[in-house]
Ligand binder design. Structure first.
Ligand code: SF4
Length: 496
């Protein structure tokens, strides 16, 4: 049972290793965050420690990627790069930041949606080209990457990595005969899919930072300011962290250039309707971020309220699966005037490494991550709220834990509709056949996870939270209406 979701198949069974993660069973049953990007351009003459700020910004975006991190900094002549595997504090330990000084920087945290989790695929990517040096950090997935790669091969391009992001860099360089700006603009005509980018350029003439969002606006990207210094980040929580004031979201199809003369905006052809990823509000984004004028935590609470308007369960108390279900559980309890309790205590101090427990100790190791409070739960009929159900393996373990401490009934409520389709726009979803809602009825899922009842928030109910004041959403993993054509048989590695 424990082995079926342990995500490192290369680990020899029964060995002690420093790479075992007791929280992995939990993460294996979630859609995976994609990547986070960050950038700073300092107004000339200002004394700003951009590497410290970039480090803080990446730390704030750590939830968007934990496999690798990197930072590229220009002093106006060159671009220096440091990147590595692991979390932000591990990658930038020691005196690394002291060697990175300059006037503009970009940074990246990565979870691999295309390309293996290896250092060669870590970002930012930095290259020399005919107009100087160019660094790029990317959040998203390019859906026509294989076609673009073949075209670039036919022009003699060579690649060091297997990521779609390197194809992007090559394409921009290929089109930059006159300027990087026109290169980005032309590349955007060729590229299909999801991309929020920060691009750093330097040449004999000038240095600049670009912020670019695809015409559909799949992934978030926002702009802030600290005095005269410009800051770009995937989420506004990173602006807050570095003390920047939120200015606005980068618009779908927009190229923003930041340089010594300030800000220039170029609006390329935006899609007729933006299709921002609605799952950012459900799970990926940090609750303290605001995206397209909607505060994430407030939206999640409203999802819980809407769920309560759709399904009233006769139970004694409402508990969340921490932390992803907390806001929605509060909203559900508030709407129905039911008691709310934190019945499951999550241990937030489990690192990524841990000594492999013996077979007998594995169930106890799971309790390291999550502990049900018998005093709160015993003898109760419980509504348990989570954000989504992907494979169902986590829910099954948690329901069993609740039963073990004497819970009488467990009703599982999800603040999203059933996940029935994979994502091709920058989120690592399980294979479709592993998505429990794609293959099982509600009754079958109840039986599989051991719950007494199961209810999803309806898609109509979810969309109603945003009213008329929004440009539109991608909800393809719920309704399989993909706003940008996807390649046949596409999967995580088919886009390499
Ligand atoms: S398919 Fe789902 S996860 Fe992917 S962009 Fe659309 S809503 Fe987001």
């Amino acid at each position: 049972m424990f082995n079926e979701v342990t995500p490192n198949p290369k680990r020899p069974e029964g060995t002690r290793t420093q790479n075992y993660n007791p929280g992995a069973w939990w993460q294996a049953d979630k859609m995976k965050d994609e990547c986070g990007v960050f950038g700073i351009y300092v107004h000339p003459g200002m004394d700003v420690d951009i590497t410290q700020l970039t480090y803080f910004g990446l730390y704030a975006l750590q939830h968007r990627g934990q496999e690798s991190a990197g930072m590229a900094v220009t002093d106006g002549q060159n671009i220096k790069l440091h990147k590595g595997m692991g979390l932000v504090p591990d990658v930038f330990s020691g005196n690394v930041l002291n060697d990175l000084t300059g006037l503009a920087s970009i940074g990246h945290v990565r979870y691999s949606t295309t390309g293996a989790s290896e250092i060669v695929n870590a970002q930012p990517l930095v290259f020399r080209h005919r107009r100087g040096m160019l660094g790029l950090a990317h959040n998203g997935n390019i859906t026509n990457v294989n076609v673009l790669r073949e075209i670039l091969y036919s022009h003699g391009a060579i690649f060091q990595s297997t990521t779609d992001s390197e194809v992007l860099v090559n394409l921009i360089a290929h089109h930059s005969q006159h300027s990087v700006e026109s290169g980005i603009k032309k590349a955007m005509i060729d590229i299909e899919g999801a991309y929020s980018l920060v691009v750093l350029t330097t040449s004999a003439l000038t240095s600049a930072l670009y912020a670019v969002r695809d015409p559909h606006g799949f992934r978030p990207l926002c702009l802030g300011k600290i005095g005269e210094t410009w800051v770009v980040a995937s989420e506004s929580c990173a602006l807050d962290t570095v003390g920047a004031t939120f200015v606005r979201d980068v618009q779908p199809g927009e190229i923003i250039r930041l340089d010594k003369d300030g800000l220039t905006s170029l609006q390329t052809q935006a899609a007729a309707k933006s299709t921002f990823c609605i799952f950012e509000y459900i799970y990926f984004a940090r609750p303290d971020s605001t995206i397209d004028n909607f505060h994430v935590s407030t939206v999640r609470r409203e999802m819980g309220r809407q769920l309560a308007r759709e399904y009233q369960v006769d139970a004694d108390l409402v508990i969340p699966i921490p932390d992803s279900g907390t806001s929605a559980a509060r909203g559900y309890a508030e709407e129905l005037n039911m008691p709310f309790e934190e019945g499951l205590m999550k241990n937030r101090y489990i690192g990524r490494t841990f000594i492999q427990p013996s077979q007998q100790m594995r169930d106890l190791a799971i309790r390291l991550k999550l502990n049900p409070m018998r005093e709160v739960l015993a003898g109760k009929r419980v509504v348990m709220v989570d954000d989504s159900l992907v494979r169902g393996t986590t829910s099954k373990r948690i329901v069993k834990m609740l039963r073990d401490v004497g819970v009488k009934e467990v009703h599982l409520l999800l603040s999203s509709p059933p996940v029935i389709g994979s994502c091709y726009y920058g989120i690592d979803t399980s294979n479709r056949k592993e998505l429990i809602a794609a293959t099982k009825s509600v009754a079958e899922i109840c039986q599989a996870v051991g719950a007494d009842g199961l209810h999803y928030l309806s898609l109509e109910g979810l969309l109603s939270i945003f009213g008329e004041c929004t440009g539109g959403f991608c909800s393809a993993c719920f309704d399989k209406k993909y706003p940008v054509e996807i390649p046949n048989n596409a999967g995580k590695f088919s886009l390499e």
